[in-house]
Ligand binder design. Sequence first.
Ligand SMILES: [Zn+2]
Length: 397
Amino acid sequence: MEEEAIQGQVHCPVCDSDDICECIRIGQVPVYCNVLHETREAALGAPMGEMDLRFCAACGHLFNAAFDPARVDYSSEYENSLHYSGRFRAYARSLAEDLVQRHGLHGKTIIEIACGQGDFLALLCSLGGNRGIGFDPSHVPGRSEAVGGADLTFVQDYYSETYGDLKADLVCCRHALEHMANPGSFLSRVRRAIGKDSTAVFFEVPNALFTLRDLGIWDIIYEHCGYFCAGSLRAVFRRNGFSVKRIQSEFGGQFLALHASPGGCEDEVEAAAAPDLAQLVRGFAAHYRSKVETWRGTLRRLRADGRRTVLWGAGSKGVSFVNALAVSEEIGLLVDLNPHKDGRFVPGTGHRVRTPGYLADYRPDTVLVMNPLYEEEIRRDLQDMGLSPQILVDRPR
Ligand SMILES: [Zn+2]
């Protein structure tokens, strides 16, 4: 009995505290938001998982206590490139320029962990004449046009101290830490691989504060087992041998960017006034359900009025949205700029995904936009196609 109680005790994956409270349970979500399917049948039968989001009162970390890492395997089927959006490319470019300038990256070596198809690494290398080594088991050679010409090597594997003999001036990693059940052990492996070198370190993750405070609730997906706030992001780096130099929110508050160096020097990050996360967590489940209900009501009304509605963006936000609402014919299809998604089907609900060109014939009455940062770009694209549908934007609170 006692042993069972000990096993049932949930500890924070960042700071190991057992001061944990419940945040929200969400029954059935796709295990992979970023794997679209060849057929509707396969999409409807896609593996589903459970979210049991818990909050650590000690460090402010949110995590899915029901996450099973054995269910998630990032093979080459994994398609999470955001690079087809001009708005996202502009952000990536300004970030790359800042990194090159900040660390004097000219003729240097850069390692990117979880580099995807290598677009960001190619950008870093082309801006400073650098050499890039990208790690990602889901990398498909020859997929990206951006990587041609640059001095790039790709390793279709997870990064670890096995690759410790590869030395770099910058190690960067964007949107991967939130996928790891044990981010601390991953960071300690990165730290060991860097060794005594004076390597600069840059990580970027989704910002849990955007989810909790601004109700960016479509970012809650099974692949993301951890949700970092500035406090827990700082804690996980400090506990694993890094000095944190700077943490800032980026991309309209949706991301957290962390600059660090291998330990040995003091943190330079100032303690910002921390928002009352515990209070946000307490009200979150009610706010989440109310937001889902409001959208469900809106979509049912549109359907009853005979309006054709499409959702722009078949990334994690869009896939998460249709599954959270459990809608079917209320939404005709999902639109995505990424041509590799065209004709495929959304896990869970089975919606079809098409490229924007399809809309010229489809002529939607209403277009849903999940990320307000893409609104302007989407309006322009629709206008260029001679379309003027009603546009509904999911705005932060
Ligand atoms: Zn914690």
